[in-house]
Write a protein that binds this ligand. Structure first.
Ligand SMILES: [Zn+2]
Length: 336
């Protein structure tokens, strides 16, 4: 009897000790997961299935923007109040027409080095696989321009094609500019890495006969219009797909920093080849998109980079697409 009660005292003491050490043992037992949901997001546009593919997240640097002193002072001031003002990212998109699998922009691949930015970017192929596709299934790649955050994902550092069966399409003006040794030789030092990466990334596709330059009037894909959007780069091009009366425009680098440039479309980025033309293109395009019910796919808008524009004051607001898991034209109304 005495032995039993001694055992009981020890057991009660152990339970008490545990409850002191872990006052919320049941709550603390659920581990944090640290991994994110897979980096893709689907949207139906008519009969097209569009999938946004996360390449990585990054924060834009205010010193990479150019505007009037008053505007830029305002941006710096606003950054003190909202440190997330310049949050952004890099996204590519795949369009499944039912006949062809078309990638629009390919993310950064390994072309941003081993540093923090290089580690943050370059996840597009992983996102593509999570979305149920393989790189071998991609038939066509449409590139908006040849900066490495849009074409780096096409080619490995040792010169291999990541999309071995894909034909790559780029505006003639864009290809001729970045792949010209003569133009590269005259370009300023800080632009040299963009010339070098464009040439190395294009090389294996050119060698395989898979690099195609369009001049603007060709039909590359049924139901897709080429939309010249010059300024950011010489041949910067958008791609507008239409299906069943719905439209989606893949607009490339029309906007780099959405919280600043939608309110101030005149603000440019320091790597715009022709800042005046870039601002003019933006000023022409944004009102048109706000008037029409066009879905926009923007690589540097917050993931998944899909939304519409609304006019507000002298600028615009971004209305992200609503999440839905139903392939219906519109979600049912909340109230009949
Ligand atoms: Zn870009």
């Amino acid at each position: 009897m005495k032995r039993k009660s001694t055992q009981m005292v020890i057991a009660v003491a152990a339970v008490l000790a545990m409850s002191v050490a872990y006052p919320n043992a049941a709550l603390a037992a659920a581990p944090q997961h640290h991994d994110q949901v897979s980096g893709f997001y689907r949207l139906k546009v008519g009969d097209l299935e569009v999938t946004a593919l996360f390449d990585g997240a990054a924060v834009f640097d205010p010193h990479l923007l150019n505007g009037t002193k008053a505007t830029m002072d305002g941006v710096v001031q606003a950054l003190h109040e909202d440190q997330h003002l310049l949050d952004g990212g890099d996204t590519g998109f795949v369009v499944n027409t039912g006949k062809q699998l078309i990638l629009v922009d390919a993310g950064s691949g390994t072309w941003f080095g081993e540093g923090a930015l290089g580690q943050a970017l370059g996840h597009l192929v992983g996102s593509l696989r999570s979305a149920g596709y393989t790189p071998e299934q991609v038939d066509i790649v449409l590139v908006t321009h040849l900066h490495p955050d849009h074409v780096g994902g096409l080619t490995t550092q040792d010169g291999k094609r990541v999309f071995p069966n894909a034909d790559v399409y780029v505006a003639k003006e864009e290809s001729d500019f970045w792949l010209s040794p003569e133009i590269a030789a005259k370009a300023p030092n800080d632009a040299q890495p963009h010339f070098q990466s464009a040439q190395a990334i294009a090389a294996p596709y050119i060698k395989a006969g898979k690099w195609h330059r369009f001049s603007g009037s060709e039909t590359i894909v049924d139901g897709m219009q080429l939309v010249p959007l010059p300024g950011h780069t010489p041949g910067h091009t958008g791609y507008e797909f239409s299906s069943k009366g719905q439209k989606i425009l893949f607009w490339g680098d029309i906007i780099h920093a959405q919280c600043v440039q939608l309110q101030h479309p005149e603000v440019t980025a320091i790597f715009d080849s022709d800042p005046t033309a870039a601002a003019a293109t933006r000023n022409q395009l944004l009102p048109k998109l706000a008037r029409e019910d066009v879905v926009i796919a923007g690589p540097h808008m917050l993931f998944p980079g899909l939304g519409r524009l609304h006019k507000e004051g002298s600028g615009y607001t971004w209305a992200p697409v609503a999440f839905t898991d139903q392939w219906v034209e519109h979600a049912p109304p909340l109230r009949k």
